[in-house]
Ligand binder design. Structure first.
Ligand code: DGY
Length: 321
């Protein structure tokens, strides 16, 4: 008998076939987002699971699942895992780093350009039939070339974002838990390390790409937004909880910063309804890693981690406390 696993959300069919060669697979191609209770019921008797960030792997859940040996997240972020509880319960955990760095960095740039140059706002206006002449001051935005790019969270994706700025002749200033090596800084367009406050003060465009945890909850709130330039753009590619939405909405509404681009939201897919009434924010549904090739690579990576972990090998992307 093959070991039983749950693939908790819809996935590429060929990845299901790949997993089926190793496991008895319960799939969810209807893509039901399971409640915690439903997830627990589905996981009963399973030794493994392939999840996305919508599946919360909590201590309470683990306590009811003595057979569970491994959960492979199809995401680089793993704030949906209680890693301490997983470690205590002897449940292996993995994520999908690296395969999405470049695609996510591309998307960060797309959001930054769209927000700074008011692309979606002006397109909505055009589609709305409001364009009847050219005017010198229609949709004036902020330049990217020659500006200062601030990055909070200078991991692999942050560095990939920084590297792209060489073509725009931008200066890069960053804050991170630890400073990069001189070689890494040089490769990241000679990025300069600074305090979070300095990054906030100096950035013309601010990119948030740090991991979410209790410690990074609301890294950007009213006080931080007040430090930013009134002409600045803020981009959040990380997790919704990094930014205090209520404070951001107030800052955007009162033009205390110029614009924002958000791919992630606290409690997504729900989001604060007031964002919809703001023209200076670009909103996308958590798609930064969503290129065909990258989502396939993430699925394959998660599957390979699960196969390794459940066959007694060390998963290539094993998460440690
Ligand atoms: C990630 O990989 O963490 C992306 O945000 C998708 O969840």
């Amino acid at each position: 008998m093959k070991p039983a696993i749950l693939v908790a959300r819809a996935i590429f069919p060929d990845i299901l076939t790949y997993l089926s060669a190793h496991f008895e697979v319960e799939s969810n191609q209807d893509d039901v987002v399971f409640s915690p209770e439903e997830l627990m019921q589905r996981l009963k008797g399973k030794v493994g699971a392939l999840t996305t960030s919508s599946a919360r792997i909590s201590r309470e859940l683990l306590q009811q699942l003595p057979d569970l040996k491994m959960v492979a997240n199809m995401a680089v972020g793993y704030d949906n895992f209680d890693l301490a509880a997983m470690t205590e319960c002897g449940v292996l955990a993995s994520n999908t780093p690296d395969v999405l760095n470049e695609t996510t960095a591309d998307f960060g740039w797309a959001l930054m350009m769209a927000a700074a140059r008011r692309i979606t706002e002006s397109e909505h206006w055009l589609r709305d039939g409001q364009w009847n002449k050219w005017r010198y001051d229609y949709f004036l935005g902020a330049d990217l070339h020659g500006s200062t790019l601030g990055i909070i969270g200078m991991g692999r994706i942050g560095q990939a974002i920084a590297r792209r700025s060489t073509g725009f002749n931008m200066r890069v200033i960053y804050h991170n838990r630890s400073r990069l090596s001189p070689e890494q800084e040089a490769y990241a367009n000679n990025a300069q390390y600074a305090s979070k406050e300095e990054v906030l003060r100096q950035a013309d465009h601010l990119m948030l790409i740090l991991p979410y945890s209790a410690a990074s909850h609301h890294t950007i709130g009213a006080a931080e937004l007040a430090m930013m330039k009134p002409t600045a753009t803020l981009i959040n590619l990380a997790r919704g909880g990094i930014v205090d939405d209520v404070a951001l909405i107030a800052a955007l509404r009162d033009k205390r910063i110029a614009a924002a681009g958000l791919d992630v939201f606290e409690n997504e897919p729900k989001f604060h309804p007031d964002f919809l009434s703001l023209s200076n924010v670009v909103l996308t549904p958590h798609i930064a890693s969503a290129s065909e090739a990258t989502r396939r690579a993430m699925a394959k990576c998660a599957a390979d981690n699960l196969i390794a972990g459940l066959s007694g090998q060390t998963p290539p992307n094993l998460l440690k406390l």
